[in-house]
Design a protein around this ligand. Structure first.
Ligand code: ADP
Ligand code: MG
Length: 288
C-alpha cells in the first residue's frame, strides 16, 4: 500500500495481483464468456472495453463472486482462489463498485461508507471514529465532498461515485473493480473520477476499469483489454493503441467511421473538403 507511483508503474515483471485464465460462462443458451483471460498488477490500471453484450459485466461479476465461472482459473497474488460469493471476494482483497453504486440515498456519507462494516464499542456505534476515518479516507483520495454528514441524495453524480469508490477501500483491498464509473457523469465530474482512479493506482492498488469511453480509457489506463462477443479480442499498452485500433478491435471491423475520418485527415485538408462537400452541382446543397 505504500509503493510509490514510480516504483509500481511500468513494473509488469512481478506476479499479477489478480489473474484469470480460460474463463467460460454460459447463461442458458447464451455463451457470455469463452476462454477469457486478463491480469492486473499492483499499481496498474487495466481497462476492460467492448461493445454492449461483450461480457464485461459478467467478467466483473465473476471476479466479484456474484457469478461462478463454468471453467477457468482465478489466481490472487499468485495463489489459485475460489470465489464462491461476494464475501469471499472481499476477504481476498477484491472490492467492486457496481454500476448502480448501491448507496442509500437517505443516509449520510459516513453511514454509507461503513454500511455493514460499522465501527462500534460493545453495542454502541463509534460515530466519532467513523467520521474521522471517513475524512481520512476522502482526503487520501483528494475527494471533494462538502460534508460527511449530509445525505447521499444531496450529492452530485460524481460525488456519489467518489463515496462508492471510497467505500470500496474501507476493507483495505488489493484490487478494485469499477464498472462504468463515468457513464452517467458530465465532463467535470468525469475528470474528478479519473483523478480518483489515479489516486488508487498511486496507493498501489490494481484497478480494473470497465468503460465505454475511449477518451477516459486512454487518459487513465496502463493497459487495455478488448472483449468482443465474450472473447479476448485484443490487448494493448495504452501508449501503443490508437482510438482507431481500439474501435476496430471492439467492432471487429477495420473499416469504421473513425478510421475513414483519419484517412481523410491524413490525405490533407483538400481531400477532406472534396470528400465531404464535393463541388457537384447535382449536390444542390448550400454547404458552408
Ligand atoms: N444473468 C444473465 N442471464 C442471462 N444472460 C445474461 C445474464 N447476464 C448477462 N447475460 C448475457 O451475457 C452477455 C454478456 O453480457 P454482459 O456481461 O452484461 O455484457 P457487457 O457488460 O459487456 O455489456 C449478453 O449476451 C447478456 O445478454
Ligand atoms: Mg455491462
Amino acid at each position: 500500500m505504500t509503493l510509490s507511483t514510480s516504483e509500481t508503474r511500468g513494473d509488469r515483471t512481478g506476479e499479477p495481483v489478480l489473474s484469470l485464465t480460460g474463463i467460460d460462462k454460459r447463461f442458458g443458451a447464451v455463451q457470455a464468456l469463452t476462454d477469457v483471460g486478463i491480469e492486473v498488477h499492483a499499481g496498474e490500471v487495466v481497462a476492460l472495453v467492448g461493445d454492449n453484450g461483450a461480457g464485461k459485466s459478467t467478467l466483473v461479476k465473476i471476479i466479484a463472486g456474484v457469478y461462478q465461472a463454468d471453467a477457468g482459473t482465478i489466481s490472487v497474488g499468485g495463489t489459485q482462489a475460489h470465489i464462491d460469493d461476494p464475501s469471499q471476494a472481499q476477504e481476498l482483497g477484491i472490492a467492486t463498485v457496481f454500476q448502480d453504486l448501491a448507496l442509500c440515498d437517505n443516509l449520510d456519507v459516513v453511514a454509507n461508507l461503513f454500511l455493514g462494516q460499522e465501527k462500534h464499542t460493545a453495542t454502541v456505534l463509534n460515530e466519532v471514529a467513523m467520521e474521522t476515518e471517513a475524512w481520512r479516507l476522502l482526503r487520501s483520495l483528494s475527494a471533494k465532498i462538502p460534508s460527511v454528514r449530509i445525505p447521499i441524495a444531496s450529492l452530485s453524480g460524481g460525488q456519489r461515485q467518489t463515496v462508492a469508490i471510497a467505500r470500496s477501500l474501507v476493507g483495505d483491498p488489493q484490487v478494485v473493480l469499477l464498472d462504468e464509473p463515468t457513464a452517467a457523469l458530465g465532463v467535470a465530474q468525469t475528470a474528478e473520477v479519473l483523478n480518483l482512479v489515479e489516486r488508487l493506482r498511486e496507493r498501489g492498488l490494481g484497478v480494473i476499469l470497465v468503460s465505454h469511453n475511449m477518451a477516459d480509457v486512454q487518459a487513465v489506463a496502463d493497459r487495455i483489454y478488448v472483449l468482443r462477443l465474450g472473447r479476448n479480442a485484443a490487448e494493448f499498452k495504452v501508449e501503443e493503441a490508437t482510438t482507431e485500433q481500439l474501435v476496430a478491435a471492439i467492432t471487429g471491423a477495420s473499416d469504421n467511421v473513425v478510421a475513414s475520418r483519419r484517412r481523410r485527415t491524413e490525405q490533407g485538408g483538400q481531400s477532406v473538403v472534396q470528400a465531404e462537400n464535393p463541388e457537384d452541382p447535382e449536390d444542390g446543397g448550400d454547404h458552408v
